[in-house]
Design a protein around this ligand. Structure first.
Ligand SMILES: [Fe+2]
Length: 221
């Protein structure tokens, strides 16, 4: 058998030092355009702001093309890696890993972190990150409220499943600055997934009352 954390694949040195530099420089040049993000804290469900500075890489830029190429390689490596377990429905998974929602470039300064959350969304089946430097302290990647922690080196990639069981966080940076990229891997493109989610959930809510197979809306906090 396997442990759940074995579904995480880390790939060292998938980005060269020069490639990491290119991406970090892009953030330095465009930092003024960066934004803060928010998403639900996994333990409370409360919408919470993250404190990293986030930029989206424009399509067709060389930085976008680089992260896209490396992400494609990560997806291929992950499918091959998962094959060795002889346990999963990989023909189906491979059909669902078609698009990245976008490519984000993240800068974590001292004190910056992201709270425990999951990357779950309908049509999203994996998350992928690249660590662009490692000359900082803190900034530890933790799964399941940090019951499992992962240290990532400069140029290292990591890919893992993206649903509500895969709660993860990055602990506050203690010294230095951490740069990374992140993306969600989806079966349909980002615009379509958003459109479909809105339509489906609105229609499902409208049809729920009186539906013979409806459970109930039960939120656990
Ligand atoms: Fe995440």
């Amino acid at each position: 058998m396997f442990n759940i954390q074995d579904l995480i694949l880390k790939v060292p040195n998938i980005m060269s030092d020069q490639e990491c530099e290119l991406l970090m420089n892009y953030h330095k040049e465009h930092e003024k355009e960066s934004i803060l993000e928010n998403c639900a804290e996994a333990n409370t469900g409360i919408d919470t702001q993250s404190t990293f500075k986030c930029l989206s890489l424009p399509a067709k830029s060389k930085e976008h093309e680089l992260v896209h190429k490396k992400t494609k390689a990560m997806v291929e490596k992950w499918l091959l890696y998962l094959k060795q377990f002889k346990a999963f429905h990989l023909p189906l998974l491979s059909k669902c890993l078609n698009f990245s929602h976008m490519y984000r470039l993240l800068k974590y300064e001292v004190g910056a972190k992201i709270h425990p959350h999951s990357d779950f969304s309908d049509y999203t089946y994996a998350s992928c990150t690249f660590n662009l430097n490692d000359n900082y302290t803190g900034g530890v990647f933790g799964f399941w409220n940090s019951q499992h922690t992962v240290t990532l080196k400069k140029g290292e990639g990591m890919i893992w499943p993206a649903d509500f069981f895969w709660v993860h966080e990055v602990s506050p940076i203690k010294t230095g600055v951490r740069y990374s990229t992140n993306c969600f891997i989806q079966s349909v493109d980002a615009d379509l997934s958003q459109e479909m989610n809105e339509q489906i959930y609105n229609q499902a809510a409208a049809r729920a009352t009186g539906h013979p197979q409806y459970f109930w809306h039960k939120e656990i906090k």
